[in-house]
Design a protein. Structure first.
Length: 266
């Protein structure tokens, strides 16, 4: 497996870590599933994610999830990591386009801390993405998604910087830092408490403003098992920011997520 291929796999794992920290906003940055030198391709595997019941929770949650992403030669892609969309770039140095993703909401039965808050429904999101390689082993990634929350007006913008470095022919280190800005509709849905929720839950009314929601730092190690097969493990630290961190439902402003995954690229 080539070094660029291992870099893509490790970068995708850090992206999965960031997604596990974001919980309902499961689609983070777009990651190309196409192998270097190919016009189309994809990846499939399994991942074990250890995270929290919801963003701001102090209760653990472990999930076993299948992973799959594929992109055709015309740039159209589909998958559980990237959503459904099109990448208009044909250069390995950059990617940009439009996509349809999903916000998976939140069930108030997930934690006693959410009792009386009501469910946040699953909603489709529309948005775009742009990633650019700024130096050897360094990439700036960005995405925007709109449509989350019960009022369908939630907007979140992600911006990140990723680094990849080969430690040996079969082992690669990937690291990243990212932050998310959310509009008032998004922060109200996930961190706010309206008058009805206050009456049902016992929390005080809380109306957060738009602003930076969180910052995430992740690191992953990717090991090549065999040609096109890899094993990856990583950790991510999430820290809530702005009004989100002061929400009555927040039990822990900082949390750590972990992932172990195996992947086959084709």
């Amino acid at each position: 497996m080539t070094a660029p291929t291992r870099s893509l796999i490790a970068a995708a794992t850090v992206a999965a870590l960031f997604a596990s920290q974001a919980h309902a906003q499961a689609f983070g940055f777009y990651r190309s599933p196409v192998l270097p030198g190919m016009t189309q391709g994809g990846s499939a595997g399994l991942a074990v994610l250890a995270s929290r019941q919801y963003q701001g929770s102090d209760e653990s949650r472990t999930l076993l999830v299948p992973t799959f992403d594929y992109q055709w030669a015309n740039g159209v892609f589909v998958g559980v990591g990237n959503g459904l969309g099109i990448n208009w770039s044909r250069s390995p140095e950059r990617s940009y386009g439009l996509r349809l993703t999903a916000d998976f909401g939140r069930d108030d039965k997930r934690s006693a801390a959410l009792a009386g808050m009501g469910d946040i429904r699953t909603r489709p999101e529309i948005g775009g993405f742009a990633n650019f390689r700024v130096a050897d082993g360094w990439e700036v990634a960005s995405s925007i998604r709109y449509g989350a929350g019960n009022d369908r007006k939630g907007l979140v913008v992600d911006l990140g910087l990723n680094m990849s470095h080969a430690l040996s022919p079969s082992l690669r280190l990937n690291a990243g830092v990212a932050t998310a800005w959310a509009n008032r509709a998004l922060t109200q849905s996930y961190f706010g408490v309206n008058t009805q929720q206050a009456a049902n839950s016992g929390y005080a009314v809380f109306s957060p403003s738009a602003g930076l929601r969180d910052v995430r730092v992740g690191v992953a190690l990717n090991y090549t098992i065999a040609p096109n097969w890899s094993l990856t493990g990583g950790l991510s630290l999430n820290r809530l920011l702005g009004d989100a961190k002061d929400s009555p439902i927040v039990r822990d402003r900082s949390s750590i997520s972990g992932v172990v995954s195996t992947s086959y690229r084709f």
